[in-house]
Design a protein around this ligand. Structure first.
Ligand code: TYD
Ligand code: MG
Length: 455
């Protein structure tokens, strides 16, 4: 048998190449391309031929389907991100940086599921049983009826799961799993894909929900969770800044529920605690309005979340001024600076610009544009925004403002937290019966002239 040719696979995104290169064209990562035996070296050139297969039974769309039964864990923030609870026979990927708290969250989830009657097996490929037990003790979960094993051999794991028939199996982590039919080292794209493929197939065939833990990797030696995203039903990412207490579990793909939903947790000495009111947390103490700060009334999934956007604008000692963002897309900042410059005649050349979302939240909504612009202007002019005000709205390249979706939810949340003014695009509907003044602008120049007396 001819030996199959080796291929070069990016360990971050799974793109394949016929020869090595330093940078992956598909995802842009450096030094992530590694030589690997491809998973299947089957005949590629032969066509299917003319041999006939079986005819399929086709149905239409009209048949009523009951919604899938769901098992709730009792951890409200987790159940919401899952779309209302765990769907049987589904495969879920939980990705996140090492040390962010994935094992902690899943151990708490396992205990919570087990206590509410969902039988649960936790398989650790990374930590010894004693370590997991110690963590459980620290979290006060030692009495929860969770079954535990330390194993990396996929064949043994599947055999055990088949015999035990749990409702939920947690695999921590997929990068440590090892299938004996694949000639590649554990952690390589081939191994990770093969293990994820077997486990998701097992989930569908045996009606066992599986949760796969995947570390987000910066270096190219270990395959990242992105290479299995397409195989699973639900992809959740656990994000947060190391220095912050807050952790956000975000659904980026969900075949059984809305994507973009978030769950907010706080890392405490006793594990992850749910945060029922994230706005209060992200806002912190706000006594006097500060120049350079704007409160953005955002929406995360189905929930309104208020957060503070902070800007610092200072003369730059460099020929090329710095543009630095934390928690926001840097392309979006460049666009807003360009609009301010071109449509409102407010130049930022020669000025360093730093932008930060307080609390470690990552904001992706275009509706944050206006809050970013307001924070930038407020920092540049050293003028604080009106007290107790929130800002939202999308800026178009022409400088006009576009209304944001779910304005009512945003205004209600702001009102609930004691804000009394909203700066928003024209056509935003005022809240009936609430004490919330609405300052509306058709374009960015209007806001500049009104609040900063220029433009
Ligand atoms: P862990 O769940 O092991 O992270 P991951 O599985 O994503 O790699 O969490 C590790 C960090 O969480 C560790 O630095 C300590 C911290 N931690 C707490 O602060 N409180 C706790 O109760 C626990 C269990 C962990
Ligand atoms: Mg872990």
């Amino acid at each position: 048998m001819a030996k199959s040719p080796l291929t070069f696979i990016c360990q971050s995104c799974g793109a394949t190449y016929s020869k090595w290169s330093g940078r992956c064209d598909a995802c842009g990562a450096w030094n992530t391309i590694v030589e690997e035996q491809p998973l299947s070296a089957g005949p590629a050139s032969k066509s299917l031929g003319t041999k006939r297969g079986k005819g399929m039974v086709l149905t239409d769309l009209s048949r009523e389907e009951a919604p899938p039964p769901r098992a709730a864990s009792g951890i409200v923030e987790l159940d919401r991100v899952l779309g209302g609870g765990l769907v049987p026979a589904s495969a879920i990927l939980v990705g996140g940086d090492p040390g962010i708290g994935k094992s902690t969250l899943l151990l708490q989830a396992a205990a919570s599921f087990a206590k509410s009657g969902t039988s649960c097996i936790y398989i650790s490929g990374e930590e010894a049983s004693a370590q997991v037990r110690m963590r459980a003790q620290r979290l006060g979960l030692a009495q929860a009826p969770v079954k535990l094993a330390t194993e990396t051999n996929l064949r043994d794991i599947l055999t055990t799961l088949e015999a035990e028939k749990p409702d939920l199996a947690i695999i921590d982590s997929i990068q440590t799993m090892w299938a004996d039919n694949v000639e590649a080292s554990p952690g390589s794209v081939s191994q990770v894909r093969a293990a994820a493929h077997e486990l998701t197939r097992f989930a569908k065939r045996h009606g066992v929900a599986v949760i796969l833990v995947g570390h987000v990797t910066k270096e190219g030696q270990i395959a990242g969770p992105r290479v299995v995203e397409h195989m699973v039903d639900t992809v959740l990412y656990f994000e947060g800044e190391r220095g912050h207490q807050f952790r956000i579990l975000r659904a980026v793909k969900n075949r059984f529920g809305p994507a973009d939903e978030i769950g907010v947790f706080e890392m405490t000495g006793d594990g992850l605690a749910e945060v029922a009111n994230p706005s209060a947390l992200f806002l912190g103490d706000r006594e006097q309005p500060q120049p350079g700060a704007a409160v953005f009334a955002g929406i995360e999934g189905s929930r309104p979340v208020l957060c503070e956007i902070q800007a610092l604008v200072a003369p730059s000692p460099h020929s090329q001024p710095r543009r630095s963002t934390v928690g926001l897309d840097s392309g979006r900042l460049a666009m807003i600076l360009a609009v301010l410059e071109a449509r409102c005649a407010i130049p930022f050349s020669g000025l360093d610009v730093y932008l930060n979302v307080a609390g470690g939240l990552r904001v992706r909504e275009p509706a944050a544009d206006l809050a970013v612009a307001a924070a930038l202007l407020s920092a540049r002019e050293d003028v604080a925004l009106p007290p107790q005000s929130v800002v939202f709205g999308e800026i178009s390249l022409s400088g006009s403002l576009r209304p944001a979706g779910q304005a009512e939810n945003r205004l209600k949340e702001a009102s609930k937290l004691g804000f009394s003014t909203a700066i928003a695009p024209a056509q935003t509907k005022a809240l009936a019966g609430e004490d919330m003044a609405l300052r509306q602008y058709a374009d960015l120049a209007g806001l500049v002239g009104d609040i900063f007396g220029a433009g």
